[in-house]
Design a protein around this ligand. Structure first.
Ligand code: CO8
Length: 373
């Protein structure tokens, strides 16, 4: 069987960042405005008052300290709390394409690939900014890649599911070298008026090159030893935005057309499932957990990652064994584990092992076992 490798990664980080202090100040200003505008209804018991958010809660409950965003002032305007991302004419690159290009070019440079070497582009993300044409086809054209491209969405697990699609394509011979991209504009589908979730997400784009080992020339290659995907249906993370919304005007603009979750239930149900999947996968491969140098885990919540890595290793993981990037980036959906892999692998020596793992809505779980070539 042809061996497949990850031979390059890339990262685009937006120029603007919002600290918890800034985010909470604008949220609390919105709450004060709402409560004063609705003072009579609140006093009569007709409406409940909104409550302030708190930086201390956010940091303790999630580990998040800041997030990068494609537009800051629209999010921080207490009368708006939505990013300002103006429509563009069809002749101009779309925003997701613009984010993807620098990430793609960095990954291609790391892998030593030009457009002529790549024959498949996958855009794997939680949301595409339009229905069609596929984002992947636009990005393919912008980079001058021949072959084919398509979009796919498995929420936070889109990248690991994308890696498996790329690997399968290389193994079957339908592609030689795949560019897999995760342009996540989470701020576009986050409800910044919702105290429970307004702090969770950020924007970013990651890129991964997957190819056959025998074509790879990169100095920094990781053999894909195994990838495992699992989905379990759940309504605990949901977004009902879709093309049928216009068919029922009563639902347009309602909060369920944005990200909504039962965070506690997600925490309780997903952590054990992820730990069981990774442990079973390692056992199946005959790899003892102590042989794993690093777990590049999905970056949703620091407490979740500590619990998962503890279950897999049978002890607390060090910051080096399960690196964190969500303090700076927040949850960037599918891109989180790839950012961790991109930023935390320079010390890997030939033969050392790691696990790249994502989990999220669906539920969906993807885990990829890697060995440095
Ligand atoms: N400030 C102050 N207090 C707050 C706040 C706030 N902002 N929010 C809630 N509280 C209060 C609550 O009211 C509650 O008070 P009380 O105890 O009096 O009722 C108390 O704090 C505790 O609330 P919770 O029980 O909700 O808090 P948790 O400790 O559970 O933490 C988390 C909340 C951080 C959300 C946590 O549950 C969590 O991280 N869960 C897992 C989340 C997760 O991983 N989700 C996966 C999402 S990723 C995905 O797949 C989605 C993809 C689509 C991307 C969408 C982009 C927009």
């Amino acid at each position: 069987m042809t061996a497949t490798v990850i031979s390059g990664t890339g990262l685009f980080t937006p120029a603007e960042s919002i600290s918890n202090d800034e985010l909470v100040a604008s949220f609390n200003a919105y709450v004060d405005l709402y409560n004063s505008e609705n003072a009579a209804a609140i006093a009569s018991g007709e409406l409940p008052p909104l409550q302030h958010s708190s930086v201390e809660f956010i940091e303790k409950a999630s580990g998040i300290k800041a997030r990068y965003v494609m537009n800051k002032d629209g999010i921080l305007d207490p009368t708006r709390l939505v990013p300002r991302l103006p429509d563009r004419p069809n002749e101009e690159p779309s925003i997701q394409c613009e984010m993807a290009l620098p990430a793609a070019r960095e990954a291609m440079a790391q892998a030593g690939k030009t457009a002529a070497d790549i024959d498949m582009v996958i855009v794997a993300a939680s949301n595409m900014q339009r229905a069609y044409p596929a984002m992947a086809v636009e990005i393919q054209d912008a980079l001058g890649i021949e072959g084919f491209g398509f979009d796919m969405n498995v929420a936070c697990s889109s990248a690991t599911f994308g890696i498996q699609q790329a690997r399968d394509a290389v193994l079957s011979g339908s592609a030689r070298c795949v560019l897999m991209l995760n342009p996540e504009i989470c701020s576009g589908h986050l409800n910044f008026r919702d105290r429970d979730s307004h702090f969770i997400f950020g924007d970013v784009c990651t890129a991964v090159i997957i190819e056959a080992a025998d074509t790879a020339t990169s100095k920094d290659q990781y053999a894909i030893l195994d990838s495992k995907l699992q989905t379990i249906y759940s309504n605990n993370i949901r977004n009902n935005f879709g093309f049928l919304n216009r068919c029922d005007e009563t639902g347009i603009g309602k909060p369920d057309k944005l990200f909504v979750q039962e965070g506690r239930k997600v925490f309780k149900e997903v952590c054990p499932a992820v730990a069981t999947q990774i442990s079973g996968q390692l056992e199946g491969l005959g790899i003892a957990p102590e042989k794993i140098k690093r777990m590049w885990l999905h970056q949703a919540n620091l407490n979740m990652n500590q619990l998962i890595s503890r279950r897999v290793l049978g002890r607390e993981a060090t910051a080096d064994e399960a690196p964190t990037i969500l303090d700076e980036y927040a949850n960037t959906s599918s891109a989180g584990s790839v950012i961790a892999f991109h930023k935390h692998r320079a010390d890997f020596q030939s033969g050392e092992l790691g696990v790249l793992c994502s989990f999220g809505a669906g539920y969906s779980i993807g885990s990829v076992v890697l060995r440095k070539v």
